[in-house]
Design a protein around this ligand. Structure first.
Ligand code: FE
Length: 135
């Protein structure tokens, strides 16, 4: 995978202020505010920074957290994990493997089959609906 490196000025030009704050400055959107929290459509969720496919709607579930939640990434290498000890918590941060954008955190309280909960900001994601079946 070719990694993407851009300056903050470049990212600022391409992203909305919310996307920049969350993806590039490790911010968080308020729960139950993002457009993808309740989305149940079939398709794939992409990185709002670089367009890489990150999650499949088939692994999305309602965690009740107020953020889009998935039990696994679209592919094992799509996201990177980093120990995060900010805000007095021990958490595992999730970033996009391609552009390094902050996505959210993963917690070990998810459903089967993985037991993982990838808790992701809507602002870090795009959505590509599944193409309709040909008649
Ligand atoms: Fe990305």
């Amino acid at each position: 995978m070719t990694k993407i490196t851009k300056t903050d000025d470049q990212w600022r030009q391409e992203l909305t202020p919310d996307q920049f704050r969350i993806l590039r400055q490790k911010g968080t959107e308020r729960p139950f505010t993002g457009p993808y929290n309740t989305l149940k459509d079939e398709g794939v969720f992409t990185c709002a920074g670089c367009g890489e496919t990150l999650f499949d709607s088939r692994t999305k579930y309602d965690s009740g957290s107020g953020w889009p939640s998935f039990y696994q990434p679209a592919s094992p290498g799509a996201v990177h994990e980093h120990h995060d000890v900010t805000h007095g918590m021990k958490r595992m941060e999730i970033t996009c493997a391609k552009c390094g954008g902050h996505l959210g955190h993963v917690f070990p309280d998810g459903p089967r089959p993985t037991g993982q909960r990838y808790c992701i900001n809507s602002a870090s994601l795009g959505f590509k609906p599944k193409a309709p079946e040909k008649p």
